[in-house]
Design a protein around this ligand. Structure first.
Ligand SMILES: C[S@@+](CC[C@H](N)C(=O)[O-])C[C@H]1O[C@@H](n2cnc3c(N)ncnc32)[C@H](O)[C@@H]1O
Ligand code: SF4
Ligand code: SF4
Length: 439
């Protein structure tokens, strides 16, 4: 759908408070994974009831997102910005992010493109972002001192290497500052978000403001920590309004402040603070059920492939960080769905698992979610789900080790024997369940 809108870079409702009543934004939730773990963040992929960052009603492929965008433009005539803000990090899913931006730019040359990222993985993409005329990037910088950063970040994944808090924070900060410099050199407007977390970094926010101001950042958004029962900071309370105002005032001595941030969901749409449209959330879910690409399923080399059924070309994996098969099915809130292409394995989707407490029907629901998967790789599973899934034709394997290695075996027809977990996790012994089966 072509639109006739005269949009210029000042019409971004987050970068310019004056634009916030007139212009809206839409976030396309195409990036489910994350390459770091902020201790305050808990992502939810199928939730209509919570309004906070990291939450979305669904995750879309780039093509699905383009179809969804047409529905958005039809319903909302004042959208000036198309952005990607997770629900994870855009550069933990760089292929999906860049493909989405390319598709949107091609179909809608008038729109402002925008991204929110932790900055770890953006560097290789900055030139292309500039070519696509991505006008606005937000980088979340919660610390510029690695000792403070180590309190905020649990781990950081750089390629295949996962590092702990101290080394991770130092690496992340170095990448963030370099990325900000490069973004500014490429002529892109940069906003820095800094989450103010009581008892963790509240005395450090002004240092962050000073540092990023020296790099030419355009605007600074000191965002109060949003209480989050699912995160490791579940015990921390939101900072008081007075404390946030005081920090913003001091930080304002160094850099322009944003004070109207609505702490939006990863699928937010409309003007800032506007209630989510039920109709559009239904459309988003409908788009999520469409084929991921117009030509849908990739051709697999059937003669060498254990995954011989072309209606089940994918493999579902339970993993805590996307590197290892290391999660019990009962603990997995999402499964990673992998496919094979000529150039290797590719994460095609991340799917929420049905929530606990619904009894055995939970596993029937899960098998519906996995109708296009031939195989499930987990590090533990209860007897009931194993039987329920196997009944529907899914090959369930309890293994441990690198995802890439396991996918190699599955897709190339080799045995998984060497990876089989010798002492399968017993129900309730190593997971957080009650030992009652994964009900
Ligand atoms: C969900 S993230 C997605 C983009 C990217 N991963 C990032 O961190 O910038 C969007 C923004 O929400 C913030 N956020 C996440 N959880 C939050 C919380 N509990 N309280 C306040 N801000 C939060 C992030 O720090 C980030 O600035
Ligand atoms: S980088 Fe963004 S999505 Fe990732 S854990 Fe931090 S806030 Fe959440
Ligand atoms: S979270 Fe804040 S900066 Fe991001 S879109 Fe919402 S209002 Fe704008």
């Amino acid at each position: 759908m072509k639109r006739d809108m005269d949009i210029n870079s000042v019409n971004h409702p987050c970068f310019n408070a004056k634009a916030r009543k007139k212009f809206g934004r839409v976030h396309l939730p195409v990036a489910p994974r994350c390459n770091i773990q902020c201790r305050f963040c808990d992502r939810k992929f199928d939730c209509v009831n919570e309004s906070r960052p990291g939450v979305t009603s669904g995750v879309l492929s780039p093509y699905q997102a383009l179809v969804y965008l047409d529905h958005v433009f039809e319903e909302k005539k004042n959208i000036s910005v198309v952005g990607i803000a997770g629900p994870g990090d855009p550069f933990a899913n760089p292929e999906q992010t860049m493909e989405t931006l390319r598709l949107v730019r091609q179909a809608h040359p008038e729109v402002l493109l925008c991204l929110a990222t932790n900055g770890l993985g953006i560097a290789p993409y900055i030139d292309e972002l500039a070519e696509l005329e991505t006008g606005h990037v937000t980088v979340t910088v919660n610390a510029v001192d690695p000792a403070v950063g180590a309190k905020v970040y649990a781990w950081v994944r750089d390629g295949k290497r996962v590092v702990g808090p101290e080394e991770g924070a130092a690496l992340l900060i170095e990448r963030q500052l370099a990325a900000i410099k490069a973004l500014k050199s490429a002529g892109i407007m940069v906003k820095v978000n800094a989450i103010m977390i009581p008892g963790i970094n509240e005395d450090h926010i002004v240092d962050v403001a000073k540092e990023v101001s020296s790099l030419g950042v355009d605007i600074f958004n000191c965002l109060p920590f949003h209480e989050n029962s699912g995160s490791s900071f579940s015990h921390i309370k939101e900072p008081t309004k007075a404390a946030v105002t005081a920090v913003r005032k001091e930080a304002g001595l160094y850099i322009k402040q944003m004070t109207h941030c609505a702490r939006c969901r990863a699928d937010a749409v409309g003007c800032l603070g506007e209630e989510a449209s039920e109709g559009l959330m239904e459309k988003l879910k409908a788009c999520e059920r469409m084929p991921e690409r117009p030509d849908s399923i990739w051709d697999l080399p059937k003669e060498t492939c254990r995954v011989t059924d072309s209606t089940r070309p994918y493999v579902a994996v339970a993993s805590m960080e996307g590197l290892l098969v290391n999660q019990h099915l009962g603990e997995a809130r999402e499964l990673m769905i992998y496919g094979k292409r000529d150039d290797g394995f590719v994460l095609v989707d991340t799917r929420a698992t049905p929530s606990a407490g619904t009894g055995p029907s939970r596993w029937d629901q899960l098998s519906e979610v996995l109708t296009d998967c031939s195989t499930l790789l987990v590090s533990g599973i209860g007897e009931t789900p194993e039987k329920a899934l196997s009944r529907t034709g899914i090959d369930v394997n309890v293994i441990e080790g690198l995802i890439d290695e396991a996918l190699g075996s599955v897709f190339e027809g080799r045995s998984l024997h060497a990876m089989v977990r010798r002492t399968p996790k017993k129900c309730g012994e190593e997971c957080s369940g009650m030992g009652m089966g994964c009900g």
